[in-house]
Design a protein around this ligand. Structure first.
Ligand SMILES: [Zn+2]
Length: 439
């Protein structure tokens, strides 16, 4: 998957309205110019067709035609007249149309399934999560539950008149290009065809379905809309039962040869430590994962003890916060120990990637006031250059929804990059759009 941002316009001469007999792929040029206009409206709107033409270098007739097509696809809509503060009659302002096309991001994790639907501007329309034992239920029942949530959410969007441009599912594991989970240690999954199963759900057959790594998606959400948005070198770490990592380097998600980069949770950090669910010993997540925190802070509620009551991570955190409020010293000690091991692992990441910010998501964010000081102190002690002085830990404010938020963001990104992927049938007004005079 290409997460890069397309921001250059097509420079082929045909893009300026001339055709000049170039055997170039006209469809490609038009697609590229549609994306250019759509992005401009998204970033700078409300704006007039005139303003779009000036900013993009496209001629006005071309812009008018492109805007008509974007309207027909339900991507752009007109607002009232906009006075540019200069002479001449006002132009009709354009803005992203959030009423017909949306994006659906979903997540299957160890103890929950989640869905976030947004409009094309990234505004959240639906946000739901259920506690679910994906680890104990096995892939089949988990995917049934995922499909049910997808069906319910798509139906709810449908009632609002919104069609999702796509569905992307976040899974804590390594995913291949067919949307199959190669391995997800914390779910106990191997070779699970998630996209294929979801394609049999009772939703419109033409909604594209993709699957990606949860931490990579969360890193993208942080980069585009989180507390460190726009920081071109950042590392995102998700604190859940598993520890996922997503690395943004030079403004791009680092994928690696197979898209498997960022699997920091299973980097061995203590070879004499405890066994990990992946089969190795002493992985980083055995030190800083939610199970480790729970075991240290609330040993009587540790994962794998007592009746296997499935609990959403929020419930486990609520219990930990409750005990902290009651003055249980084990909570502070456990969080400090997690912070110390976070700092040890982070020192390696800083040496490797030189990030400016390490964003802590999941449960790390909820206990940030306890975890970050210990992590920062350890990092300062172990880092080998001034880079550690300039690198700070920050707590994410996207909560456990970061991955599904990022998943929805990927769908939006794809729609903005290729507006022709959005079917015109979503538009009830196609064919009756009036030619609007240029301002
Ligand atoms: Zn492991």
């Amino acid at each position: 998957m290409d997460h890069s941002r397309a921001d250059g316009r097509a420079t082929d001469s045909t893009s300026r309205g001339g055709s000049a007999g170039v055997p170039a792929d006209q469809a490609t040029v038009r697609r590229s110019n549609l994306a250019l206009v759509l992005r401009h409206v998204g970033a700078c709107g409300p704006c007039t067709r005139s303003a779009v033409a000036t900013a993009t270098g496209l001629n006005k007739a071309t812009v008018t035609s492109l805007v008509s097509e974007l309207q027909a696809r339900g991507l752009v809509k007109e607002m009232g007249p906009q006075h540019a503060g200069s002479v001449g009659r006002p132009g009709v302002a354009l803005t992203l149309d959030g009423s017909r096309v949306g994006a659906l991001g979903m997540e299957v994790n160890v103890d929950y399934i989640a869905a976030i639907a947004t409009d094309l501007a990234g505004r959240v329309i639906i946000d739901r999560r259920i506690g679910f034992d994906a680890m104990g239920s096995g892939p089949e029942r988990s995917l049934d539950e995922l499909a049910r949530m997808a069906e319910r959410t798509v139906a709810d969007l449908d009632r609002l008149g919104i069609t999702p441009a796509g569905i992307t599912v976040a899974v804590p594991g390594l995913i291949d290009t067919t949307g199959t989970v190669v391995v997800a240690p914390n779910l106990g999954w191997r070779g699970v065809a998630v996209a294929e199963r979801l394609s049999h759900a009772n939703i419109a057959a033409d909604i594209p379905i993709a699957v990606d790594n949860d931490a990579n998606l969360a890193a993208l959400a942080e980069y585009t809309s989180g507390v460190a948005a726009g920081t071109s070198d950042l590392v995102y770490l998700t604190g859940e039962v598993g520890i996922g990592g997503g690395i943004i380097a030079g403004g791009r998600l680092l994928g690696g040869a197979d898209g498997f980069a960022g699997e920091v949770g299973h980097v061995v950090i203590d070879p004499t430590g405890e066994s990990c669910r992946c089969g190795r010993v002493g992985c980083w997540e055995t030190k800083v994962g939610l199970a480790a925190l729970v075991r240290m802070a609330t040993p009587d509620r540790a994962y794998g003890t007592g009746p296997q009551l499935v609990r959403d991570p929020e419930e486990r955190l609520a219990e930990i916060e409750h005990r902290r409020a009651e003055g249980d010293p084990r909570v502070d000690a456990a969080a400090a120990e997690v912070g110390r091991w976070l700092g040890i692992g982070a020192a390696m990441l800083v040496n490797l990637f030189n990030p400016r910010v390490i964003v802590l998501g999941g449960y790390f964010a909820r206990l940030a006031d306890l975890i970050i000081p210990a992590a920062q102190q350890t990092l300062a002690r172990l880092g080998m250059s001034d880079a550690v002085e300039r690198c700070r830990f920050v707590a994410s404010d996207l909560g456990f929804g970061a991955a599904s938020r990022g998943a929805a963001g990927v769908v939006v990104e794809r729609a903005l990059s290729d507006p022709t992927s959005i079917s015109s049938r979503t538009s009830p007004t196609i064919g009756v759009i009036e030619g609007t005079p240029m301002a």
